[in-house]
Design a binder for this molecule. Structure first.
Ligand code: GRG
Length: 310
């Protein structure tokens, strides 16, 4: 596929993944209780729907769906895993926006969940999305093989928890009030945990669902790690360039808050160079899967992540 055709096909598949995720989340968050549930409280459900429907690029669902497609896996298994991951991503945004954390009023171009509802409801909506994600992955509707479901649950828990996103958020918060700024190495580790771990899970999940070989799984992980790092540098660059309106925050806000950013540590030019070499690293890792042109769309995703404006 030539570059223009690949970029067009990427957009088409990103839109398709976003549409499929929206519909599937809408169905999962329907008012009727599931077997074993007692009732679905209306206001909490409304806040969970508000937090997860009608916005976002749906990059993580796209990565699950497209990495599973590499192994011929299409349909419910990938889509439900994609929804679970997106629920965890949305929960993290809801909690990150709370007054005790980033204290933001806007997210995805509309009031944050605690502004649209109230703080207690926003905390519960996040908790509800987090726990529902594991319900969805562990449900036999996601995969007939209990071993596959257990592998997904384990990988998702590790990506989202203490040694992943939540741990990374804790390191980032601690850095804001620390006497000395984080070193480059510590910043890279914090970012790999805070934002990288869920992106990495997205492609690892495709390998788990598709029965990737050990070497293919390793290559996918390397791709996910490079993509995650490129994603975070792009975020730091957007913040520094003052082009962060769509991120729902004022330009330079992260750096001003004492948050560790790669632009702060390396400067803008070196951060851009690092971002570009991570895209090359991600693309090289895809070649190591031995899956050939089928991986072109994921290579395009790495370029998209690096060039994103929101
Ligand atoms: C509160 C447990 C907890 C964790 C928060 C990921 C995170 C940890 C906070 C998000 C803060 C933030 C805005 C980080 C920058 C990178 C990022 C995750 C941006 C939002 O992701 P996108 O661009 O968002 O994929 P959309 O809206 O497109 O889904």
């Amino acid at each position: 596929m030539d570059a223009a055709a690949c970029a067009e096909e990427f957009r088409r598949r990103l839109d398709a993944a976003a549409d499929a995720t929206e519909s599937a989340l809408d169905a999962l968050l329907a008012p009727a209780p599931l077997p074993g549930e007692i009732a679905r409280p209306a206001r909490l459900l409304e806040a969970m729907r508000y937090s997860s429907l009608g916005g976002g690029k749906r990059l993580r669902p796209f990565l699950v769906i497209e990495s599973a497609r590499l192994f011929g896996v299409v349909g419910e298994a990938a889509l439900r895993t994609a929804c679970a991951l997106e629920m965890i991503h949305c929960y993290s945004l809801v909690h990150d926006d709370l007054p005790a954390m980033d204290d933001d009023d806007l997210r995805r171009g509309r009031p944050t969940t605690h502004k649209a509802f109230d703080e207690a409801t926003a905390i519960l909506a996040g908790d509800g999305l987090l726990t529902y994600a594991f319900d969805v992955v562990a449900d036999p509707k996601t995969h007939h093989d209990a071993g596959v479901r257990a592998a997904l649950v384990l990988a998702l828990a590790r990506a989202a928890g203490l040694g992943g996103m939540v741990g990374g958020q804790a390191l980032d918060l601690a850095a804001e009030t620390a006497a000395t700024p984080l070193t480059l190495e510590a910043t890279l580790q914090m970012q790999a945990m805070k934002t990288g771990a869920l992106l990495r899970f997205a492609v690892d999940a495709g390998g788990i669902l598709g029965g990737a070989s050990v070497s293919q799984a390793r290559a996918l992980t390397r791709y996910g790690e490079a993509l995650g790092a490129a994603f975070q540098i792009a975020d730091d660059i957007l913040d520094a360039e003052g082009d962060s309106a769509a991120l729902g925050k004022r330009a330079g806000k992260d750096a001003e808050r004492g948050k560790a950013t790669l632009v702060g540590l390396l400067g803008l030019d070196a951060a851009r160079a690092r971002r570009d070499s991570l895209v090359a690293e991600a693309t090289a890792a895809l070649r190591e899967t031995g899956l050939g042109e089928a991986t072109d769309i994921l290579a395009e995703a790495a370029r998209f992540v690096a060039a994103r404006r929101n």
